[in-house]
Design a protein around this ligand. Structure first.
Ligand code: HEM
Length: 385
């Protein structure tokens, strides 16, 4: 059996630990066509980074191949280069103009409140009781909107993750579309609300001035939501599991100098965005393999982040790793606009855990069965000894 046929991202073994398969692919089959995923799978750091960098040859939106999509579908991810970078500058400017220290303070109070609610529980599900409300509060804070019921955010977040898989022909495309419609209604409500502030207000006021049409703003808000909610939800689960299983790492992170490089290293080592995809606008080659115009390319960021040619000791968590040019926040023109925010949230989470009673696992974690997001679906834990 070739390594390519063993690549089954939804198999329980790969959901739990995909890295041995990635290492084998990097060595034997760094560029191969996968029938079920319906895409070229690439796993080497250099190839993944080059594809992400070349946003003209490899586009995010399949509809851009041959024809440019209309504003109804466009977003910050799919706009043509000039307008995309204007919108990106607007969002990044809005993030940087916020008082991160103040936001850090309110993130910390939110975590403390959530911890108080579960402090006495003999067992609770971290993903339901902590990850979901934490990701929801932080995302609402960042967007400058009122937060709906955390259960609505959680359903939308998980549905969006399934939609990304559906874009690749996996899972239930219809369910993904329904979630998108429901979320559209929520964005409409936020845009019309009088009490929006922060990034949402900036987008509402300034994007129109820049001539960015309303549907593009709406779709971009959707992307900001899933970019923020989905990654903070997933990474808080991955991180807390790692900290429980690695008390040495948990102790070392008490050193403030190690905390920021340590969080960044965690994103390299076990980040929430397992993979992303692009479509070739022209026939081209990757590592001598012909990629036809219109072919999807599945970029396995998590594999690239463990490439031994780029990272010495790739399978070790090196808290002060430098340099650390990982792809966990993407790379190039579509790299993450909220990385600062994501790192801040995870840093506050680690600090709060240091100040709380020891957290322990009370059952077996269950993985969320998605191809593109690496997340836990259920993580039973307790603060009670
Ligand atoms: C631990 C936290 C986070 C991780 C690991 C992460 C990861 C990523 C990755 C890998 C990409 C590139 C996707 C691609 O190239 O296809 C990306 C893009 C993006 N992220 Fe994040 N992200 C995080 C937090 C956030 C937050 C908090 C926000 C919102 C404020 C956000 C908003 C976005 C947006 C809007 C894009 C698309 C940018 C564009 O296409 O120009 N992310 N993120």
């Amino acid at each position: 059996m070739s390594s390519a046929t063993e690549f089954d991202p939804l198999s329980p073994a790969m959901l739990e630990n995909p890295f041995p398969v990635y290492a084998e692919l990097q060595e034997k089959d760094p560029v191969f066509w996968h029938e079920k995923v319906g895409a070229w799978i690439i796993t080497r750091y250099e190839d993944c980074r080059d594809v992400l960098m070349n946003a003209e040859l490899f586009v995010r939106d399949p509809r851009r191949v041959g024809e440019v999509s209309g504003d109804t579908d466009a977003s910050i991810q799919t706009l043509e280069a000039e307008r995309q970078s204007e919108l990106r500058r607007l969002i990044i400017g809005s993030i940087h103009s916020q008082d991160l220290k103040e936001i850090g303070g309110s993130v910390r109070s939110c975590i403390d409140r959530i911890f108080d609610n579960v402090a006495a529980e003999p067992s609770f599900d971290w993903m339901v009781e902590v990850a979901a409300p934490l990701a929801g509060t932080i995302t609402a804070e960042f967007l400058g909107v009122r937060q709906p019921d955390p259960r609505i955010f959680k359903a939308i977040g998980e549905g969006m993750a399934r939609k990304f898989d559906a874009d690749l022909g996996e899972n239930d495309a219809e369910a993904g579309r329904r979630i998108r419609e429901g979320f559209g209604a929520l964005v409409d409500m936020w845009l019309n609300a009088e009490d929006t502030h922060g990034t949402m207000l900036t987008l509402k006021e300034r994007a129109a001035e820049l001539g960015v049409p309303l549907p593009v703003i709406k779709n971009s808000v959707g992307l900001l939501f899933i970019g923020s909610y989905g990654t903070i939800y997933a990474s808080s689960g991955n991180l807390v599991r790692l900290l429980i299983e690695r008390p040495d790492v948990f102790a070392e992170l008490r050193n403030p100098d190690l905390l920021s490089t340590g969080i960044d290293e965690f994103i390299r080592y076990d980040g929430p965005t397992q993979a992303t995809s692009r479509v070739a606008t022209r026939t081209t080659e990757i590592r001598g393999v012909t990629i036809q115009q219109g072919d999807p390319v599945f970029i396995v960021l998590a594999a690239a982040n463990r490439d031994p040619d780029q990272f010495p000791r790739p399978h070790e968590l090196v808290l002060d790793r430098k340099p650390n040019k990982h792809l966990g926040f993407g790379w190039g023109p579509h790299s993450c606009v909220g990385s600062l925010f994501g790192q801040l949230a995870l840093g506050e989470l680690v600090r709060a855990l240091h100040d709380a009673p020891a957290l322990r696992m009370t059952g077996t974690p269950v993985r969320l069965p998605t191809t593109t997001v690496r997340s836990i679906a259920s993580l039973p834990v307790s603060f009670q000894g």
